[in-house]
Structures are given as structure tokens and as C-alpha cells.
Design a protein around this ligand. Structure first.
Ligand code: AHR
Length: 518
């Protein structure tokens, strides 16, 4: 049984701090660890007179005093469930509790609780205009370990939305309806998106159907161009207002909405009577910029709005389930937040310390390693090369010296980025792992910028909770994967055979072990 969430009330002192800007400075000075934070984003919204009416996060508490459950996981082995709470009041999620509960099996995220005290929790989205792929037309639930990161130095998990996945609440309390004003922000993985409809977080129809222009108001993130788009090739933050993703006042193109793809992305949409705005920025540093702030779109049906007040995550208003993305935290407010309030929230976000979790993976430049598969089929197999072909092979103490060398790698500072790594063959000096048409090869470094990019991988905590996963530098939606014992960079659930979602998290997780050849 979930503990009762606490609803934190506005504090006069906090209001004064927002007004003077002192809050932002103080939070930034405090920086580094959200464990020490005394205020969360929803304390800041409340102080600004626009309190949260929904507060969702699998990574951290969004009120300084919140100690209740953040989310619930269900494990496959016996269908038991477990609530995951913050490590301390206002702190980061207790990912270790999830790891221990899900050890030896798999877990799905079943509930994302509402920290606002209004019980606007998100659960498995039901069928609507479109059917989901799960039983009864429901959408799929997210794999609980598919989006590991760290926040303030503590491990946490995001909500990984593969196409077909979606969460919803059609029976909410306190969320804006009609033309009432509201605000919302979310933190997404800005490198994980697609051109499907529609990776949204926010206000939608209560019957999961397309009820016409203006019946929803949600943050959209991705690069679909069917309804609207901004500068460059995307992805863009847009507002999903139903039958239209809007990047500004015009129906299709608005030059001021930039392509934006920070690894941790703050995305903001707010709307009230004939005024709305899009804002965004880097959730790891700096402020948020305004990409649109003005009147409702110059298309019939969006002024006044006819918002219905349901809440969606990862899907369109009519339960379109074609999109992908990753969600870490987000809130919806009552009232139209001021830019100053949102700027203070952004300062709180950057101080929380969102980061990818390469620390502890053991991939230190200058050392030699062997990389062992973690998929149950293949735990005696290592990343190995046969000439220029990169595959996995069984290597053991009885293997030949050549085979041991073919399965050993010197970790080098990334040829294309000093914050990532490259892998040089232990027995063919000057030859590195690189991808070409998504397949891995061993090739000599030709000194080109393309080779450097293709040969660079950014280590993260293993996506199945074991070892390390290796994210491609120039295709950040893809990780090094074995499939039929051949190595690729694969996107979970993508269009190639080797992108198959089945066993993906295991296939992209590698145990870093002592090298067979030193
Ligand atoms: O507005 C874009 C999409 O159009 C909505 O999310 C969906 O309900 C409809 O298909």
C-alpha cells in the first residue's frame, strides 16, 4: 500500500526569494547533490503562485519534504510489486531497492505516483482512438532498467518509452480544463526520439480519443514534421494541441523553434487564454530560452482552448503509440507560471546533477579489458575479432594466445570525444572497433573525423543493471549489441533485425573483466 504523499504548501519566504532572484543564486551555490536540496521544483512553483497539480518522477522527489513513493515496479518472476521511494526527504530515488527487488528477473514500471497529493498517478494507458499492443488494447509498460542514469551521484532510472509504450490518467483532480491556464515542464533524453506520433507529456482527452482542435495541451518532443516543425532537422519541443503539433503561431514552420538535443533536456509548454509559450534548455547547465511566447496559433479551433484535463505520457491524445523517448521527471501546474518561476525551477534542475553513469564501469583509458556478454545464452562469450569481422567468441583459459588477444582491448581516450572511449585491438596495434552501416568492424585509424566519431563509444551503466553499455557517439540512440554473435550498434525496437527489442537490455550490457591477453 502506498504511503500518503505529502502536499507542501507555498511559503512566503520562498515567494520573496523568487521575486528577488535570490533563490536562483542560492540554489546554484548549493549545487551538486539533490540530497542536500531543501526545495524541489514544486516548492518553487507553489511560491510563484502556480502550484503543481501533478508531479511525476522516477528519479527524485519534486518537493523538498516529499518522502512518499515515486513509482512502483512489478517483477516478472512472481508478479509481486514494490514501491520505490526517495533515499531521503526531497532526495533521489532508491534505485538499489529496485535492483535488489528485480535481481534475477525483469521488472516493469507499473505506476508513476503523483507527488502533489492529488493522486494524479500515471498507469498503463488504455485503448482509445488507437489500440495499444498489450492485452485488451492497453499500451505496454516500460522496462524498469532500460534508462539508467545518475542524479547527484546516485543511480536512478528513467522511463524508457519504446513505441507501443504509454501511461495515462483519464480521471484527474485539479488539472486545467477548458481555457484555464496551466504550465508544465519535463526532463527528457534529448537524444532519444523519433518521427512517430507522439511522445507527449501533459494535458489530454479524458476518453483517449481525438475530440478536436484544442482538446489537449501537452509537451511534444521528437522530429515528426507532419503537423509542424522548427529550424533544422529536429528534434523540436512543440505543443501538442490536438490535430496539431505547434512550434509557434504558424501552422507548420516557425523559424524560432530550434532543433534541440541535449542529453538531458528541459522542455516547457504553458498555456492560458490566448497566450502560450514554448521554452527549453539544457537540464545539466545554464538557463532556459523562450522559443515562442504569444497568441494562440492562427488556425481555427485553438482559441479558446477546450482542454479536458487527462494526463498522458509517451503517447498522443488519441493513444497514438508510434513514438519513442525517455522521461525522467515532469510536473503540471495550476495557473500560468511566470518566466522567473520557471527560471528558478531550471536552476533547481541543473543543481540536481543529472548525469550519465559511466563512473564505475571500469573503462579507464590506458587499461586493457575483455568484454563479456551478459545475455543468458552467451555468458562465456567475449567481444572478439576475426580479421576485420567483430563478433563474440567463447574464450577460456584453454584458448590459444591469438584467440585471447583477439578478445582483448586497450581502452583509449575516445578518438572523437575525450569524455568517451575507443577500443584498440590488443594484438593489432592501431586498429580500432568502429561501426559502418551499423555493423562493427576492426579497422586501422585513417585519421578522418568520420573514423574518430565511428570509433567512439560513451560508457554508461549496463542497461540490464550489469557492467557497462556502450553508446555510439554519433548515433546516440544506438548501443553496441551482439545479435547472432555479430556486433552492431542497435536501437531498441528499431527497424533492422538486429534492433529487435527482445533481450535488448541484456544484449547491450557487457561485463568489463580482466583482459585475456595483457
Ligand atoms: O496533435 C497530434 C496528434 O493528433 C495527437 O496527439 C493525436 O491525438 C492526434 O492523432
Amino acid at each position: 500500500m502506498a504511503r500518503q504523499p505529502r502536499h507542501v504548501r507555498p511559503r512566503p519566504l520562498l515567494q520573496a526569494l523568487i521575486a528577488t532572484g535570490a533563490l536562483v543564486t542560492g540554489l546554484l551555490a548549493a549545487g551538486g547533490t539533490s540530497q542536500a536540496a531543501t526545495q524541489g521544483p514544486c516548492d518553487i512553483y507553489a511560491a510563484g503562485g502556480t502550484p503543481c497539480v501533478a508531479a511525476h518522477s522516477t528519479t527524485r522527489a519534486l518537493y523538498g519534504a516529499y518522502t512518499g513513493p515515486l513509482y512502483q515496479v512489478r517483477r516478472a518472476s512472481d508478479s509481486a510489486t514494490r514501491d520505490i521511494a526517495p533515499l531521503a526527504a526531497g532526495g533521489v530515488a532508491n534505485a538499489a531497492a529496485q535492483d535488489s527487488f528485480c535481481a534475477g528477473t525483469t521488472c516493469l514500471i507499473t505506476v508513476i505516483y503523483d507527488q502533489s497529493g492529488r493522486n494524479n498517478r500515471l498507469t498503463q494507458a488504455p485503448p482509445g482512438g488507437f489500440q495499444g499492443p498489450a492485452a485488451g488494447g492497453y499500451d505496454n509498460l516500460a522496462n524498469a532498467t532500460a534508462a539508467p542514469i545518475s542524479v547527484g551521484g546516485h543511480k536512478a532510472y528513467g522511463v524508457y518509452i519504446a513505441p507501443g509504450t504509454g501511461y495515462r490518467n483519464n480521471n484527474t483532480n485539479g488539472v486545467a480544463t477548458g481555457d484555464q491556464p496551466e504550465g508544465m515542464y519535463a526532463i527528457f533524453d534529448g537524444t532519444h526520439y523519433n518521427g512517430g506520433c507522439c511522445f507527449d507529456y501533459g494535458n489530454a482527452e479524458r476518453n483517449s480519443r481525438d475530440n478536436g482542435n484544442g482538446t489537449m495541451e501537452a509537451i511534444y518532443f521528437g522530429n515528426i514534421k507532419v503537423w509542424g516543425y522548427g529550424a533544422g532537422n529536429g528534434p523540436w519541443i512543440m505543443a501538442d494541441l490536438e490535430n496539431g503539433l505547434f512550434s509557434g503561431v504558424n501552422q507548420h514552420y516557425n523559424a524560432n523553434d530550434p532543433s534541440i538535443s541535449h542529453r538531458f533536456l528541459t522542455a516547457i509548454v504553458k498555456g492560458g487564454p490566448n497566450r502560450w509559450a514554448i521554452r527549453g534548455g539544457n537540464a545539466q547547465s545554464g538557463g532556459v530560452s523562450t522559443f515562442y511566447d504569444g497568441v494562440r496559433p492562427n488556425v481555427a479551433g485553438y482559441n479558446p482552448m477546450k482542454k479536458e484535463g487527462a494526463i498522458i505520457l509517451g503517447i498522443g491524445g488519441d493513444n497514438s503509440v508510434g513514438a519513442r523517448g525517455t522521461f525522467y521527471e515532469g510536473v503540471m501546474t495550476s495557473g500560468y507560471p511566470s518566466d522567473a518561476t520557471e527560471n528558478a525551477v531550471q536552476a533547481n534542475i541543473t543543481a540536481a546533477g543529472y548525469a550519465t553513469s559511466s563512473a564505475g564501469t571500469g573503462l579507464t583509458p590506458g587499461t586493457a579489458v575483455s568484454l563479456r556478454a551478459t545475455t543468458a545464452c552467451c555468458t562465456d562469450r567475449y567481444i572478439h575479432h576475426t580479421g576485420s569481422t567483430v563478433d563474440t567468441a567463447v574464450i577460456g583459459s584453454g584458448s590459444s594466445a591469438t584467440e585471447k588477444g583477439n578478445g582483448s582491448w586497450t581502452v583509449r581516450t575516445g578518438l572523437g570525444s575525450s569524455s568517451c572511449v575507443s577500443f584498440e585491438s590488443k594484438n593489432v596495434a592501431g586498429q580500432y572497433l568502429r561501426h559502418q552501416n551499423y555493423r562493427l568492424y576492426l579497422q586501422a585509424n585513417d585519421g578522418s573525423s568520420l573514423f574518430a566519431q565511428d570509433a567512439t563509444f560513451c560508457p554508461e551503466a549496463g542497461r540490464n543493471g550489469q557492467g557497462a553499455s556502450l553508446r555510439s557517439l554519433n548515433f546516440p540512440d544506438r548501443y553496441v549489441r551482439h545479435y547472432d554473435n555479430i556486433l552492431y550498434i542497435a536501437a531498441n525496437g528499431g527497424s533492422n533485425t538486429f534492433d529487435n527489442a527482445n533481450a535488448y537490455s541484456d544484449d547491450v550490457s557487457w561485463l568489463v573483466s580482466a583482459p585475456w591477453a595483457s
